[in-house]
Structures are given as C-alpha cells and as structure tokens.
Design a protein around this ligand. Structure first.
Ligand SMILES: Cc1cc2nc3c(=O)[nH]c(=O)nc-3n(C[C@H](O)[C@H](O)[C@H](O)COP(=O)(O)OP(=O)(O)OC[C@H]3O[C@@H](n4cnc5c(N)ncnc54)[C@H](O)[C@@H]3O)c2cc1C
Length: 328
C-alpha cells in the first residue's frame, strides 16, 4: 500500500536559468506550485518523481500586471485565494474570480496556484484510488495498465480534466505564456490541452506555464459548477461563459470542464445574439453543450446525468449573463 509520501529531493530555483539547469540534470523531476494536486498523487503512488521543483521563488511568478492595451497578465504562481478576491477581477473578467472561489476549500485556495490548477492531472474513478485498489484491478491505461476500465472498447484514456479555472479563462479568450529550452511562446490556452487523459498537456520537455494573458474585455462573464459535495469537490461539470458586445448584438463563448480529457470550447453557438435571449436560442445553446461534451460516469452519477448537468449549467449561466448585460 503506497500512502506514505515517498522520498524525493526538493529544489527551489530562483531563476528560469537555474530551473532549466535543474531539469537538465534531473529530467524526471516534476515542478509544482501549491502541491495540492501533485502531493496527494505522489502519496498514492500515481507519480514517479525522484525530485520536485518548487516554482514559488521564480522572480515575478506571482505578479498580476495590467497591460497597456487593457489586458491582464497573471503570473502562474498567483494563489487561487488572491484571484478569488482580486479587485481587477470584479468586473468583466469576473468568471475567473468566480471559478477560483469554486475550487476546493479555503485552505486549498490559500496554497493552490493558477499554474497548478491549469496543469493539474486528469481524474478518473479507476485512477484516483490507492495503489492496492488499482493493483487489484490490474491498474489502468493511464498508469501501469493497458485497459481503460470506463471505456474498455476505446484505445485511449478517458480520465477527465477537472480544472475550474480553465473553462472560465477559455471563455475570456485567455492565452498561455510558456517558457522552455526553446525560449518563450504564447498560445491560445485551449491549445495547451490534448484529448488524451493520459497525456493531456501539450507542454514540451522542460517547458512550463509562466503566465496567463487575458485580453481587454468589455462584456460580462461568469462561472457555474455542479458538484456532489458543496463544500469541497471537483466539478461533475463546470461551465465558464462570456458575453461580449459586437456589431449587431452580443458574442457568446462557452467552455466546459469536468466532462472530457480536455476543456471543451463549445462551437456553433448562435451569433450575434439579441437580448433578451429568445427561448429558441437558449434551447440551441443547451443542445450544443449536450452534443459536444462526452462525460464518463462517476461513482455518484451516470454519464447522461453529467451531460444534462453541463447543459443546464450553461443555460442558467447564459441567462444570468444576458440579464446582467441587458441591465448594464
Ligand atoms: C480534496 C481536493 C479537492 C480539490 N478540488 C478541486 C476543485 O474543486 N477544482 C479544481 O480545479 N481542482 C481541485 N483540486 C485539485 C487541485 O488542488 C487544484 O486544481 C489546485 O489549483 C492545484 O494547484 P497547485 O498549485 O496546488 O498544483 P500542484 O499540485 O502544485 O501542481 C499540479 C500539477 O501541475 C503541474 N504544474 C504546477 N505548476 C505548473 C506550471 N507553472 N507549469 C507547468 N506545470 C505546472 C505540476 O507538475 C502538477 O503535475 C482538488 C484537490 C484535492 C486534493
């Protein structure tokens, strides 16, 4: 039974150069922010890491900067508790603060970071178990085994990506700033993810997330989450949405977490939208979400329930945002 924390070397680099040298020397080392995801996984024998690299001493890693073009640069080391109460996130970018408030409990949010939330491991009822439980099931496709027990007929791991922050940020048009041996690059946040529960991050070797960029935003946004335990729980489904004024009406962006191996950016939404929203438009949004998410069953609920939950959350959220936009 692997429940005690295994031995590992701990590093705390003070520059990206020092970090790169550490990673070159120990390619199997894993980086971490608050450790609220990786430490339980180490304890459960889900991570093999001879060394951990704590990112908190990197200069500017937890800075929040208002950009000259009206956008925002959020350092990957920002704590979720800070995002939840940040005044810059009280207006149009509110989806991010709402999502941060929805993560786990207060103690978690005091330690957990933006980068760790966006790079957290995927989850599955056959994976997030003790070693003896997984061994008794012959392990699974994500780790040490050769079968995905939730979808045995498929050839890939269906573990779900459960970040609350990712759908809020994707709805807000966020970009990820990455740094690695090849230098720095900026990509759409959505492009950080791959549809494979066993390898869901498109980070190269030695590459890490250093910041998230939010473009200036003149609309309204929000986040809604469904979970079994209201106090501390991962999303059965989590929906971020943003309504922005455009020529002839409003543009809507919706993204969903908790249902698939990557955050799902819903496509084919009606645009531009007129306010108040017609019932047929709400129905279209509901159907688009139902069609595009592919949740697996959890210990508590069926996959169909989760599909309906995601669609219901999207309806509820878009109606709330439409009311706010109309009143503004
Ligand atoms: C009981 C419990 C409840 C939870 N509830 C929720 C929830 O409701 N919603 C939710 O979204 N999450 C939840 N989590 C998961 C996790 O705690 C949070 O996602 C948290 O935000 C992770 O942040 P962290 O800084 O602690 O991550 P860490 O544990 O430090 O890192 C997580 C992963 O990301 C990688 N990583 C960290 N920073 C970077 C970076 N800058 N660049 C590249 N890779 C990086 C690490 O290598 C690791 O694999 C929960 C966890 C537990 C144990």
């Amino acid at each position: 039974m692997t429940e005690a924390l295994p031995d590992f070397r701990l590093h705390r680099p003070e520059s990206l150069e020092e970090l790169a040298a550490l990673w070159r020397a120990e390619p199997q080392a894993r980086v971490f922010g608050g450790g609220t995801d990786i430490i339980p996984n180490l304890r459960r024998g889900l991570v093999d890491a001879p060394a951990l690299i704590e990112l908190g001493a990197l200069p500017g890693f937890a800075d929040l900067t208002l950009l000259p073009d009206g956008g925002l640069r959020l350092g990957a080391g920002l704590r979720l508790a800070d995002l939840a109460s940040e005044t810059e996130l009280a207006g149009g970018w509110r989806a991010l603060a709402e999502a941060a408030r929805a993560v786990a409990g207060p103690a978690h949010r005091n330690a957990a970071t933006l980068g760790g939330n966006l790079c957290q491991d995927t989850r599955c009822l056959y994976y997030n178990q003790s070693d003896w439980w997984r061994a008794a099931n012959g392990y699974c496709l994500k780790y040490r085994g050769d079968t995905c027990h939730v979808a045995p007929q498929g050839s890939r791991c269906r573990a779900a990506f459960c970040s609350d922050l990712a759908p809020a940020l994707i709805a807000l048009g966020a970009e990820a700033e990455l740094a690695g041996p090849g230098g720095t690059r900026q990509i759409a946040l959505l492009a950080l993810y791959r549809d494979d529960g066993a390898a869901h991050l498109a980070l190269g070797p030695g590459e890490l997330l250093v910041a998230v960029h939010l473009p200036a935003f003149a609309g309204v946004s929000g986040y809604e989450k469904m979970r079994v335990r209201r106090g501390v729980d991962f999303p059965l489904a989590g929906v971020g949405a943003a309504l922005a004024p455009v020529a002839g009406g409003w543009a809507l962006r919706v993204a969903v977490s908790g249902t698939d191996s990557l955050p799902v950016a819903i496509t084919g939404l009606p645009s531009p939208l007129a306010l108040p929203l017609a019932a047929a438009v709400i129905e279209q949004i509901d159907k688009a979400v139902q069609k595009q998410v592919t949740p697996m069953r959890s210990t508590m609920v069926s996959s169909h329930y989760r599909r309906l939950a995601a669609a219901a959350l999207a309806r509820r959220l878009v109606q709330r945002l439409a009311r706010e936009a109309a009143a503004a």
